[in-house]
Design a binder for this molecule. Structure first.
Ligand SMILES: [Zn+2]
Length: 438
């Protein structure tokens, strides 16, 4: 049977690893911390931005800024003209952020005040047991990564109480999204008390937080032929994990090429990327300047490096939905299992041009992967991602790619296991390709 071949088995194993990763990183802060931890285990030196950096050829490094991470390998024979080969992705996902003063006591219930973060499919978050995850700051300035157990739920209204619910629920973003966490016969047992318990401090010492809601249901491989991975945050942990897996698997080989390989995993893509840890901020540029300076590049060398560089902006995209086939271009129809997508858009919402597309095809060939193309239906507005922002800021060539999903921005998205592994394989081919990319 085709689905039980070795390729399918390795795709399944990879998808299960990705599922485990997703389960362990419920917020962007958990994601950046987990990446740093994994890189450290693989011999990368994680630097502090406040320190003086000594960067040597033959070394592997990383730096964390809030929910973002940049990691890079410096080959022994680094050549300015070969530049940087960057895989860009994002660590955040749409959902809900806990408001300041979140405790609400109403109608015999204890609820949480939440804000909407980015563009989640609101109805997909109903009737799920949710945890709360992120960072808590205490009075002494210490940051605590916290992750509660299942403590919250946004309950659906019974259909008997509003028969119009049958035609897809329309939720008021303020009134209808506040999760319940307890019945409230008394006003003790607040969220802050719970967080303080987890962070091992006194409730009065908790001064601020960046906390999101997270689905607690474990990722699951499913389908008649076990082809699919269902999980939250596949947009865009499918790309983050592929980049991480490709670079760590090839770390030794990456010391023998001429280019500097970079993973750039930014936060805040879902809300426009304008932050100190977002792709529109200075993070990647700051790291690149410090690396080139440490390696003794002149200003002219640095610009030569940028001219020879390429960004592979990896972010999940849309596969054809069988119930809504009209939402796609009538001819270009990316399919789950058809491989990673090259994303094209005339309005530059994706960066791929003929030159960078040719590079992508070259890497697909090298990896033995059949890819596919995404272009929007002209009447359906196209999304965007970090590619255009980084390309515009740094002037480096860029290509936009990603795995096709169904249910994008749902609390539980859907990918094909074969596409997930194929993206990893093409990224591995891209970073080990010794031919110039610029
Ligand atoms: Zn995305």
């Amino acid at each position: 049977m085709e689905q039980h071949d070795a390729t399918h088995d390795s795709a399944l194993a990879y998808a299960r690893d990705l599922g485990e990763f997703v389960q362990n990183v419920p917020s962007s802060f958990h994601t950046s911390a987990a990446i740093a931890q994994l890189l450290t285990k693989r011999g990368f030196v994680v630097l502090d931005e406040r320190d003086h950096w000594s960067i040597e050829s033959g070394g592997c490094y990383g730096v964390v800024r809030d929910g973002a991470v940049i990691a890079w390998t410096v080959p022994t024979g680094v050549d300015a003209a070969a530049g940087f080969r960057v895989i860009g992705a994002h660590t955040d996902s749409p959902g809900f952020k806990v408001k300041p003063a979140p405790e609400i006591f109403a109608h015999g219930w204890q609820q949480l005040g939440v804000e909407i973060y980015g563009g989640p499919v609101l109805t997909s978050w109903l009737d799920r047991e949710l945890s709360i995850a992120g960072r808590v700051l205490t009075r002494d300035g210490a940051q605590h990564l916290v992750h509660t157990g299942p403590v919250a739920r946004i309950p659906h209204l019974a259909i008997h109480l509003d028969r119009t619910l049958r035609d897809m629920t329309k939720l008021d973003p303020q009134r209808h999204t506040q999760p319940i966490v307890a019945t409230a016969l008394t006003e003790s047992g607040t969220l802050v008390e719970h967080l303080a318990h987890i962070a091992d401090c006194q409730p009065r010492d908790v001064v601020s937080w960046d906390l999101v809601l997270a689905d607690t249901q474990a990722p699951q491989v499913f389908g008649l032929r076990n082809e699919f991975l269902a999980a939250g945050r596949l947009d865009n942990l499918s790309s983050v994990f592929a980049a991480l897996s490709a670079v760590t698997a090839k770390a030794d080989e990456l010391l023998d090429v001429a280019h500097i390989t970079v993973i750039a995993a930014f936060d805040h893509e879902e809300v426009g990327s304008a932050s100190r840890s977002g792709a529109a901020g200075s993070l990647l540029e700051d790291v690149m300047s410090r690396v080139t300076q440490a390696l003794g590049f002149t200003d002219s060398d640095r610009r030569r490096a940028l001219a020879g560089s390429v960004l592979i902006s990896a972010d999940a995209g849309h596969g054809v939905h069988p119930n809504y086939p009209e939402a796609h271009d009538p001819v270009v129809r990316p399919h789950l299992s058809g491989g990673p997508m090259l994303k094209v858009n005339a309005d530059q919402r994706y960066t791929s041009d003929a030159v960078s597309s040719a590079l992508w095809h070259r890497w697909c060939d090298q990896a033995g992967v059949t890819g596919q193309v995404f272009v929007s239906h002209n009447a359906v507005p196209c999304g965007s991602t970090i590619g255009p922002l980084v390309e515009t800021r740094l002037g480096m060539r860029s290509v936009d790619v990603g795995v096709p999903l169904l249910s994008m921005h749902s609390a539980r998205e859907l990918a094909h296991v074969k596409d997930l592994l194929a993206l990893r394989d093409v990224l591995a081919a891209a970073v080990t390709d010794t031919r110039p990319a610029g």
